[in-house]
Design a protein around this ligand. Structure first.
Ligand code: GLP
Length: 260
């Protein structure tokens, strides 16, 4: 796990976009794993800018979202399908048929979950997975207690997550209780994982998953098993890390050829 502490979300957006740009230039048909929430927005802004300004090409790329609410009608503005389209994929030249989100309104949810995993495998698996982290340590919608080997499946949201996400809805009552999410085992198969966390409210979760033992009670801690996980945090989100100075020192002295 590499922890990079940066001054703010603009720098985080640029560094994550550098990794995605390098991947696309080397492999134009790369498979990107997309996250929702506010943390990845600076990354999407930077990628949209590079597409517009430098012609960064997404026309052969594929994208898979991490998760989706269950029970929202198709086209609901807060469905993750709509959020991903609005915040990112509509702003670049990725082909709509190459953008995948789990169908939370499917009649047979277990069959949809299996099919989603198969669609990911059919294009060779995810090359780079962007992640945020919930205040309870969830990634995707894998809440505390999620199996560390889990695959795409239905989950029930913990109340803290429903409250955290109520800001996107008219009120708490409108936030669905159920979701479909890639599992922790699914996420671990991405070849490179880039997690973004900003703000003091994320500091306890960041400390827990980076420096505490791996445990299902803090699902993001499973990333300690990942051979190539990059954690991009601002100073506030890094403020509870015991080894912050070591992470800074390591990044400052990193050989330039290594990249992210
Ligand atoms: C939601 C998403 C997660 C995201 C989390 C944190 O629950 N399912 O993928 O990481 O929110 O969101 P934010 O970045 O807005 O804090």
């Amino acid at each position: 796990m590499e922890v990079v502490i940066l001054p703010g979300s603009r720098q985080i957006g640029k560094l994550a976009a550098d990794a995605i740009e390098a991947l696309l230039r080397h492999k134009p048909g790369a498979v990107l794993g997309l996250a929702t929430g506010s943390s990845p927005l600076p990354v999407y802004d930077e990628l949209a800018l590079r597409h517009e300004r430098d012609g960064l090409d997404f026309s052969s790329a594929h994208a898979f979202a991490l998760d989706e609410y269950v029970g929202l009608p198709p086209g609901h503005p807060q469905s993750y399908r709509e959020v991903i389209t609005r915040e990112f994929t509509n702003r670049v030249d990725i082909r709509p048929e190459n953008v995948h989100t789990p169908d939370g309104s499917a009649e047979d949810i277990p069959a949809e979950c299996r099919a989603y995993e198969e669609r990911m495998q059919a294009v060779g698996g995810v090359d780079l997975q962007l992640l945020g982290v919930g205040t309870d340590g969830h990634i995707g919608f894998n809440e505390p207690g999620s199996s560390l080997a889990s695959r795409t499946r239905i989950k029930t949201l913990i109340e803290q997550t429903r409250r955290d996400n109520a800001r996107f809805f008219a009120g708490l009552a409108e936030v669905p209780h159920h979701v479909v999410t890639q599992g922790l085992g699914t996420i671990l198969e991405a070849r490179h994982v880039v997690l973004v966390a900003t703000g003091a409210q994320k500091a306890p979760a960041v400390r827990n998953f980076v420096e505490w033992p791996v445990a299902a009670v803090c699902p993001a801690s499973v990333l300690q098993f990942h051979p190539h996980a990059t954690i991009l945090v601002d100073e506030a989100a890094a403020s509870s890390l015991k080894l912050a100075d070591f992470y800074r020192h390591t990044y400052e002295h990193k050989p330039g050829w290594q990249g992210l």
